[in-house]
Design a protein around this ligand. Structure first.
Ligand code: TAP
Length: 517
């Protein structure tokens, strides 16, 4: 039986994370947090066997939020065992029963939307205006979408001859290992948990060490809705426990979102027991602007300028960040680039819990250091710095935060800053001469995740949406992630699709029955 223990008592001092966030119509908001978060295993809060913990830091201040478990192999074993036990009952529930649980989770999250949004904002650093409007509502909708998807999934039946009929059962795989990154802690969890549970699997989830608590905060809110062991959350260092989890004999599938480098390692682990994997990896997404966007200075023009600034959304810590802006030559000199750069300079950088803030701090000191390296590299490679280019120094309580200025570099596609994923608020701009030139530069990357095309000419956008080698092409928009539209990568951005019907198949075995009457 799991070695369970009750949770630590509330620590309102540490929990006062919401004091600068003012709820509309109220004096202020406090999200109560505990001082320490255990693993969530078998429906209970379980201390790590080693008794070791680490500190979760707030990126806006560099100060601790709470402690999380530094788990080891034995904790992973316990979580897999709990998930295996839960599988025997969860996997034989009806699709209607599973859909009811997912809908109940969605309803519960909706009741607590504001608190979850504040928590996620403080732990990740992303502005609360984004978590309130996008991250958490999209996560909620995901549970609803997969509740519907599992009930409407169609199979195939073929009559092969007068007495031979072929049909399929879609069966859950078993225990699924899910390893997620820190840039969308709740949304990435929802993208993975909802389809896995809908299909009848049970889960061991490993959050990123930079954001270990948001998902546990959510688990506290929904734990009474779930049969024990259906979702198990184990925190700790991925490099210490990731291999053990993926190679565990009790695990039947791994789903990963994170860097291409780590994805490559996890694929090696998955080989051991020949388990299927899905990989959502890195990107260096092109955002193409054709001359006709500047034909008039109208709403469309302004929308395109906003499209250019999308590289700074979530402080650029998005796998599909439009980090290469490719502008047709006229746009470099006719005011479009100047207007876009002025808009970038007006992006309000500050406290993520301030609803006026457009860009918060980078997620961690490591991330800040990595981005700073690229800020230095750009000019060394010969880039012109059109905006930003340095760390943003904010005073007062935020003096210790990991803030960076939104940065625009002008250069050429061969440079390292054009080819390597920076994962920060940095866009590199280069000109193109004509359509063929645009597509050639857009596809000149090892990645193929997102892309954007901006033109008033539907012949251009329609053709480009076919010629760009990426899993998602946004036409005259960017950074929309509705459930129902499949998302995933080409090339070294990974394989497998999430957020639509196809995702269910990632979590299902397909059994063929040949029935000879
Ligand atoms: P990673 O360093 O790859 O970490 C992702 C997750 O993998 C974390 O939970 C991490 O745990 C774990 N991990 C690290 N080493 C591991 C190992 N050897 N075995 C098993 N798990 C291991 O990436 P990140 O820095 O968190 O996220 C940034 C990257 O994710 C970017 O490249 C970005 O493009 C990509 N990303 C892609 C997408 C999609 S949809 N394609 C979405 C978001 C992010 P620890 O935190 O404990 O190290």
């Amino acid at each position: 039986e799991p070695n369970t223990s009750s949770t630590e008592s509330d620590n309102r001092q540490l929990g006062k994370i919401g004091t600068t966030y003012t709820r509309p119509g109220s004096a202020g908001s406090i999200v109560p947090l505990k001082s320490r978060y255990e693993n969530f295993i078998g429906g209970d809060w379980v201390k790590p066997i080693s008794g070791e913990y680490a500190e979760d830091l707030a990126p806006a201040t560099g100060l601790p939020i709470a402690e999380y478990t530094h788990s080891g192999h034995a904790d992973v074993d316990l979580a897999v065992w709990s998930a295996q036990r839960a599988f025997s009952t969860w996997s034989v529930t009806t699709t209607a029963e599973r859909a009811a649980v997912l809908n109940a989770i969605a309803d519960r999250l909706e009741q607590h939307l504001e608190d979850i949004a504040v928590m996620e904002s403080w732990e990740n650093g992303k502005p609360v205006r984004e978590t309130l409007a996008a991250d958490i509502p999209l996560a909620i909708d995901h549970f609803r979408y997969f509740a519907a998807a599992i009930r409407t999934q169609e199979g195939t039946i073929k009559k092969l001859s007068n007495n031979l009929v072929s049909y399929h059962f879609y069966e859950p795989i078993g225990v699924v290992a899910q390893i997620i990154p820190w840039n969308f802690p709740i949304l990435m969890a929802a993208w993975k948990l909802a389809p896995a549970l809908a299909a009848g699997n049970t889960v061991v989830l490993k959050p990123a060490s930079a954001t270990p608590i948001s998902i546990l905060y959510v688990m506290e809110l929904i734990q009474d809705l779930l049969p024990p062991g259906t979702i198990n959350v184990v925190n700790g260092s991925g490099s210490l426990l990731g291999q053990h989890l993926v190679e565990h004999e009790g695990v039947g599938k791994v789903a990963f979102t994170g860097s291409t480098e780590t994805g490559r390692q996890i694929m090696q682990y998955a080989i051991k027991n020949i388990i299927p994997s899905t990989m959502e990896l890195g990107g260096k997404s092109p955002n193409l602007f054709f001359n006709d966007v500047a034909r008039e200075h109208d709403d469309y023009y302004r929308k395109a300028i906003e499209g250019f600034t999308m590289f700074a959304l979530n402080k650029g810590e998005i796998c599909s960040c439009p980090s290469r802006a490719l502008l047709q030559e006229d746009l470099m000199t006719n005011g479009f680039l100047d207007n876009a750069v002025s808009r970038v300079k007006r992006i309000k950088v500050g406290n993520p819990l301030d609803t006026e803030t457009e860009m918060g701090p980078q997620n961690s000191a490591d991330q800040l250091q990595k981005i700073s390296g690229y800020l230095a590299l750009g000019p060394q490679e010969g880039c012109r710095v059109l905006a930003g280019g340095a760390r943003a120094e904010l005073g007062g309580d935020l003096a210790g935060g990991y803030f960076v200025e939104p940065t625009v570099f002008q250069g050429s596609n061969g440079m390292r800053v054009f080819q390597e994923e920076i994962f920060g608020p940095v866009v590199t701009v280069a000109p193109f001469a004509d359509y063929d030139d645009a597509i050639q530069i857009a596809n000149d990357t090892i990645y193929g995740l997102g892309s954007g095309v901006w033109s008033r000419d539907t012949d251009i956008t329609f053709k480009a949406s076919q010629d760009i080698r990426a899993g998602r092409v946004w036409v005259n928009t960017y950074h929309q992630y509705p459930a129902g539209a499949g998302f995933g990568g080409y090339k070294q951005s990974g394989y497998g699709r999430e957020t639509d019907q196809q995702t269910l198949r990632n979590y299902q075995e397909v059994k063929n029955v040949l029935d000879n009457h």
